[in-house]
Design a protein around this ligand. Structure first.
Ligand code: OSB
Ligand code: MG
Length: 375
């Protein structure tokens, strides 16, 4: 694969309604689309970094900086035969996982398109459809939360995830259970909002039979999570704390979690995501695919990785209309039946990228030609 050009398109898409977590509120999604060009084909990926370093340390700006100064020059200095090589050539660069994943993902899609195979097929995934869930932010009122939950139960979503934070935790979970019953597949995501001082409070969630509680403690912790897991019946799932297969191994061996959320961006790309998936399978730890409010390109990448067999828990890859009035791919990502998505069979991501829709939300773009780097 001789990649001739990399393009970065910076876009800002308005969300249908604000998404609120314990670390802040988002009105629009500001992100990059990375494309890799070769032999008339184009591979696409989204950078999932947020504009502010509040989920992790990366931002849209740091991703541009890393791509421009390190990752694109490094990629252009190699001839890549298979996308698994990309993470290897980037491995001397510490962290900046979302920047690495953005360009690696574009190379994966390009590779699939050049080979004429689907993304799922290239990754070794066998599923033809996947079960999906939905993530609900911190809503302004209990009534609005319950309305949202009702709407998503009606859509048939297979997992309902609710964001919690101190002051908005036991009450909303109790209200959902009282209104919709014990059968609703429910979980809570705390995005690191608690400490071990909150053990008694977190134990109050145990009677509600949550599928899991996601990342209750610090974003960089696996030690306190092990202490907490020993005192909770509810399984702990780690999100923010896991950046690599090595992190996953250590967390599992410490007993810090019973489930792992895999986000392609957070772990530096699809090759590492697959490695974490395989490791968790060996340890009998189920995984699911997390989300970062992706538009259609990122959703397609998430669908592809979810086809691997140990993604046994429905992920956060809801339909495009969960967040977007209109998406940047055609067809949009829609539920094929209640709570299910069909895995596309076309080459690469399997959705057409709608450039005129991208142009509508474009803030800026940059092109990098290989010919300018060849000596
Ligand atoms: O913690 O999973 C998270 C969104 C942004 C940053 C972090 C998280 C989330 C979500 C939304 O929960 C998942 C989605 O619907 O894409
Ligand atoms: Mg999370």
């Amino acid at each position: 694969m001789k990649i001739e050009k990399i393009e970065l398109q910076h876009i800002s898409m308005p969300l249908k309604s604000p998404f609120v977590t314990s670390f802040g509120s988002m009105q629009e999604k500001d992100f990059l689309i990375v494309s890799a060009h070769a032999e008339g084909k184009i591979g696409y990926a989204e950078s999932v970094a947020m504009p502010y370093p509040t989920y992790n340390e990366e931002t849209t700006g740091t991703v541009v900086y890393m791509l421009e100064n390190f990752l694109i020059p490094e990629l252009f200095s190699h001839d890549i035969l298979h996308p698994d090589e990309v993470s290897r050539i980037f491995s001397y660069i510490r962290r900046n996982n979302m920047a690495k994943a953005a360009i690696e993902g574009a190379v994966w899609d390009l590779y699939c398109k050049l080979q004429g195979i689907s993304f799922a097929q290239a990754l070794g995934g066998k599923k033809e459809e996947i079960e999906v869930g939905v993530s609900i932010g911190i809503e302004p009122t209990m009534e609005q939360l319950l309305n949202r939950v009702e709407q998503f139960i009606n859509d048939g979503y297979k997992k309902i995830k609710v964001k919690i934070k101190p002051g908005w935790d036991v009450e909303p979970i109790r209200a959902i259970r009282e209104k919709f019953g014990v059968e609703v597949p429910l979980m809570a995501d705390a995005n690191s909002a608690y400490t071990l001082n909150d053990i008694d409070l977190l134990k109050q969630l145990d009677p509600f039979n949550l599928i899991m509680i996601e990342q209750p403690l610090a974003h960089d912790d696996i030690i306190d999570h092990a202490t907490l897991q020993r005192q909770l019946n509810t399984p702990i799932c780690l999100d923010e704390s896991i950046h690599s297969a090595e992190d996953a191994r250590k967390a599992i061996e410490m007993g810090s979690c019973k489930i792992i959320n895999i986000k392609i961006g957070r772990v530096g790309g699809l090759t590492e995501a697959k490695r974490i998936h395989d490791l968790c399978a060996r340890y009998n730890i189920p995984v699911w695919c997390g989300g970062m409010l992706e538009a259609g390109i990122g959703r397609a990448h998430n669908i592809a990785i979810t086809t691997l067999s140990n993604f046994t828990i429905p992920g956060d890859t809801s339909a495009s209309n969960r967040y977007w009035a209109e998406d940047i791919v055609t067809p949009e990502v829609v539920l094929s039946k209640p709570g299910m998505l069909d895995v596309p069979t076309g080459a690469g991501i399997g959705y057409e990228v709608n450039q005129s829709m991208i142009n509508k939300y474009l803030i800026g773009s940059k092109q990098f030609l290989r010919s300018n780097y060849d000596k």
